[in-house]
Design a binder for this molecule. Structure first.
Ligand SMILES: [Zn+2]
Length: 160
């Protein structure tokens, strides 16, 4: 587990600012995130995922971490309201902050793009990932969730 796959073609064509890094940089970021996972202290916490609507034909997904998930959910809904948002899932995990970094790189590897745009709330949310198509549940179930589950199962196995 926890190996980076070979790259797909880089995705930089759409004119939208795409924060997806080239393979070599993702690879380096992955190695660093994995090292930090084992060497730096990190508390347990929630890893959560939501769908945040469609942007230029891609479903947008956010993966974040929180100590108090319900509080974070309310913060998002208050500070960045979006009627298209669908809260998908949350997992209690060891080393949540470090694991979030690992999962962000895994999603960056899997996604079609990381569009960087000014949200309706006025903020440029960087850690959002675009997946082709607008069917949030099937995209999540088929492409995103298996990777998240594999990484989370793996980190729990390290602890047991
Ligand atoms: Zn926003």
């Amino acid at each position: 587990m926890a190996r980076l796959r070979r790259p797909k073609a880089e995705c930089r064509g759409s004119g939208v600012n795409d924060a997806r890094r080239p393979y070599i940089k993702r690879r380096k970021a992955w190695d660093k995130a994995m090292k930090n996972l084992f060497t730096k202290l990190s508390e347990d916490g929630w890893i959560y995922v939501f769908f945040d609507g469609v942007f230029e034909g891609n479903g947008i997904y956010k993966l974040g971490k929180a100590k108090d998930f319900i509080c974070r959910m309310q913060q998002w809904n208050h500070c960045c309201p979006n009627p298209d948002r669908i809260w998908l899932e949350a997992f209690w995990t060891p080393k949540a902050i470090r694991l979030e970094s690992v999962l962000h790189i895994a999603l960056e590897e899997l996604c079609e793009c990381r569009p960087r745009y000014v949200c309706k709330c006025g903020i440029i949310h960087v850690e959002k990932f675009g997946f082709r198509g607008a069917a949030p549940f099937s995209t999540y179930e088929e492409r995103i969730r298996p990777v998240i589950l594999a990484v989370i199962a793996w980190i729990w196995a390290q602890r047991l």
